[in-house]
Design a protein around this ligand. Structure first.
Ligand code: GLN
Length: 489
């Protein structure tokens, strides 16, 4: 049998079902893998190994009694540290939330728990999910298991590194402008940003509420479908949660892409680094070989995605982060009066990038500037949505690279926020339009040997088509996504 830590969740589920292995054995293997690699990779902010083992024993007991909570009962999972977890410290990567222990579970956590998934811990992230490298964490850097001198991407970099290193088969991340798909691309994983409203945001510490979505990071497309199915569905606790039924994802995932029309974006041809371009060109040819028809589509407004995003997201964050005042949650820096206390708590508690965003957002929303900045960005958002809607008249899915480059060196972009922001050039428009996107491993770049991801974008609620295409692509490529055997880990 393959090492337990490299098995997919579906393989583990079959092994559990066949009684070849117990949840305790799986969980012990993953905890041991974590013990061996955590110091080098810095993936977790808080590990809950003891709890995971107890939950594994409970899962084993349920299985022997014929009362498994789900097909995946007993398969552990990790959560980005912005999902609140009852009784387990939650910081959103920020010092301002040091010591905060939430009194309730996010819906994603409650539903994963209801399916029987033991919790391995909370993963590192850019502070409040603002960043593309996980270097903005208030606590530690996370290293890319493919090359430990490089970033894993971000902001869900801890979740991505943990899955890529075999510390968990799957993990939850969140994506506001690319924070699941970009780290998936940089770590050779599958990462999904579902349709806005597909998964409940209840209990996710908010960054930009009109853009935030939770989604899976996994090593296989089928595992991503399975984890998404566990938590998706309407939730009365999130007013933006979609009421429609979520169609099955795992069932029928092998339906193929014969006859599908896939858009290749005219404005993006030639975009990205040489290595990314070479791999994505090959990926497009593979989709065609598998029976899809490639159709050129034009998305002229996409070039305004980054500027529009950097008005809308900071505007929403400046409002959302007003609640961190030293009174209600986490850290407090004492002072003589409440104004000074709040101001000192915020000055010391927030990192530089978070402060930059709060200032940008406050400015964009201020009287006299609102129409010129925030109002204009909202109009661009509408144009992007319309451009995509027009493209879907001609195609079923749109293909792009997930990230314009492969994993960059730690420190390479920290002094240049604009270079960092450009990491999300291909992913941001999808959040602005509320559509679905997946990043699927496409191979290694010929120039630097690092992973490249292919992004497939689908119209809202067309996740089934997106998963079918990603699955067909993955199966045909047959690329091993584990970095096992490489010098770095
Ligand atoms: N990198 C983008 C940002 O810094 C997107 C982050 C995200 O999706 N959470 O805002």
């Amino acid at each position: 049998m393959t090492d337990l830590h490299w098995m997919s969740a579906l393989e583990l589920a079959d092994a559990l079902d066949a009684k070849d292995v117990s949840s305790r054995e799986i969980t012990e293997a993953l905890v041991a893998r974590g013990d061996a690699l955590e110091e080098r990779l810095g993936t977790f902010l808080h590990r809950t190994s003891e709890r995971a083992l107890e939950e594994a024993d409970a899962a084993d007991a349920r299985r022997s009694a014929g009362e498994a909570k789900s097909r995946f009962d007993g398969i552990p999972v990790a959560y980005k540290d912005l999902f609140v977890t009852k009784g387990v410290p939650t910081t959103s990567g920020s010092k301002i939330l040091k010591g905060f222990v939430p009194p309730y579970d996010a819906t994603v956590v409650a539903r994963s728990d209801a399916a029987g998934l033991p919790m391995l811990g909370k993963t590192n992230m850019d502070e409040f999910a603002m960043g593309s490298s996980t270097e903005n964490s208030g606590y530690q850097k996370t290293r890319n298991p493919w090359d430990t001198e490089r970033v894993p991407g971000g902001s869900s970099g801890g979740s991505a590194a943990a899955v890529a290193a075999g510390m968990t088969p799957w993990a939850w991340g969140t994506d506001t402008g690319g924070s699941i798909r970009q780290p998936a691309s940089l770590c050779s994983l599958v990462g999904v940003k579902p349709t806005y409203g597909y998964v409940s945001r209840y209990g996710m510490i908010a960054f930009a509420s009109s853009l935030d979505q939770a989604g899976p990071l996994t090593r296989t497309v089928a595992d991503a479908a399975a984890l998404l199915e566990i938590a998706a569905g309407h939730d009365a606790m999130d007013s933006t949660s979609i009421r429609d039924e979520r169609p099955a994802l795992l069932d029928g995932i092998d339906g193929g892409i014969e006859g599908l029309r896939i858009g290749v974006v005219k404005e993006f041809v030639g975009g990205g680094s040489d290595g990314v371009r070479a791999v994505t060109d090959e990926a497009y040819a593979r989709l065609e070989k598998l029976g899809a028809t490639l159709v050129e589509v034009s998305l002229p407004s996409f070039q305004h995605g980054i500027p529009a995003y950097y008005l809308v997201a900071p505007a929403e964050c400046s409002s959302n982060l007003a609640r961190f005042d030293g009174v209600r949650y986490g850290a407090r820096v004492e002072a003589d009066d409440i104004i000074k206390m709040t101001s000192r708590t915020r000055s010391e508690g927030f990192g530089a990038e978070v402060k930059r965003r709060i200032m940008l957002g406050t400015y964009a929303l201020s009287a006299g500037y609102y129409d010129a900045y925030y109002g204009k960005a909202q109009k661009v958002r509408t144009l992007i949505t319309q451009d995509l809607a027009k493209a879907y008249e001609k195609v079923d899915l749109i293909a792009t690279p997930s990230s314009p480059t492969t994993a960059f060196k730690i420190g390479e972009r920290t002094d240049d926020p604009l270079a960092m922001y450009l990491s999300d050039i291909f992913t941001v428009p999808v959040n602005l339009a509320g559509n679905a996107g997946i990043s699927v491993p496409a191979g290694l770049a010929p120039d630097d040997g690092l992973p490249v991801g292919l992004q497939l974008i689908a119209k809202s609620l067309d996740e089934p088509t997106m998963f079918k295409a990603a699955y067909a692509f993955e199966q045909d490529l047959g690329f091993a996504t584990s970095p096992e055997g490489r010098a770095s880990i």
